[in-house]
Design a binder for this molecule. Structure first.
Ligand SMILES: Nc1ccccc1C(=O)C[C@H](N)C(=O)O
Length: 306
């Protein structure tokens, strides 16, 4: 495999893996420990579906709000009880390898967060094969610009993403907001079990619907972009939490650690957490619970409690 080296990085460890092992490392459902692979994926959708139904039934909301002209460019907003234009906003990008998942089954954290005064936005984007990586990144950018324009008095916009959604959220660290009419009031990032280097994905079956070339992968790789970036963090107070599950695969774990280290080298206010005893799916579906460690971490950051 002829892939030129970049910057200071030594040979990427994933390049030493066999095709089978690479496939294995990038198949999150093969690493779950309490359920079978199929059952874990089913439970994840089911909990997401139930959480969304509950959120829609119990919280004031605006559903399917367009942030662009495209059919798939819309989002759901869930409000805290005391509706206020000045709430903090937590904007969530769902996972599913950029080819599955939907805003309509991803309102995991809505009830616990809105109960504490945080508005939650769940963003839809055009998954593959309809959308390309470039389009999804552009849609993520526009969804955030929309929230800032609509709620200019917000007390901060916090981005949260899971898996492929953490990739989209991480790309926002590198977005050029000067191309848009407003700069969003970004105060924090919660990057959960994410993928930051897309190159290995090109060599797995996950690339079937994505049709990513190595060039696409590099252009949309926050790891590569951050390594090459000369830009400084816009706001030093903006906190970036990189979070991975104890039972995520070693490759997912390595990606999170390396991205965190690159953030630190770039002067970002970053921290890293490996969450005890959770897998790739539990790590996000447990956000339906008020007392879950990650729910508490997100709330402490947004509410600026020590
Ligand atoms: N549905 C998901 C939702 C979130 C994150 C990953 C997935 C996956 O499907 C991953 C992959 N297809 C797997 O079987 O592990």
């Amino acid at each position: 495999m002829e892939v030129p080296e970049r910057g200071r990085r030594a040979e990427a460890p994933w390049k030493k893996l066999s095709k089978e092992e690479l496939e294995n490392q990038y198949s999150p459902s093969r690493w779950v420990i309490r359920l079978g692979a199929e059952e874990a994926l089913r439970t994840y959708s089911q909990i997401g579906d139930e959480a969304t139904k509950r959120a829609r039934a119990t919280r004031r909301n605006l559903l399917h709000v367009p942030y662009g002209d495209g059919e798939g460019e819309n989002l759901d907003i869930y409000f805290p009880e005391q509706v206020s234009e000045a709430s903090p906003f937590c904007v969530f990008f769902h996972g599913g390898y950029w080819q599955s998942g939907s805003k309509d089954t991803s309102a995991f954290m809505v009830n616990p967060l809105t109960a504490q005064g945080v508005a939650v936005v769940i963003v839809a984007y055009d998954i593959a094969p309809k959308g390309t990586l470039d389009q999804m990144v552009h849609q993520a950018t526009r969804s955030i610009v929309y929230i800032q324009k609509q709620y200019p008095r917000n007390e901060g916009i916090y981005l949260c993403g899971h898996s492929a959604g953490a990739h989209l959220a991480a790309m926002m660290l590198l977005a050029d907001w000067t191309k848009h009419a407003v700069a969003p009031n970004l105060r924090g990032f919660f990057l959960v079990s994410g993928i930051y280097d897309l190159e290995p994905i090109v060599f797995t079956s996950q690339n079937g619907p994505l049709l990513m070339t190595l060039e696409d992968a590099r252009r949309n790789g926050p790891q590569q972009l951050l390594e090459a970036a000369l830009t400084q963090p816009v706001d030093p107070a903006c906190h970036v939490l990189v979070i991975v599950g104890q039972h995520d695969s070693p490759e997912f774990s390595r990606q999170s650690r390396e991205f965190y280290q690159t953030l630190c080298r770039g002067g970002w206010n970053a921290s890293f957490e490996e969450l005890h005893d959770v897998d790739h799916f539990e790590i996000i579906w447990k956000l339906t619970q008020d007392d879950y460690v990650l729910t508490q971490m997100i709330l402490r950051t947004i509410l600026q409690e020590p």
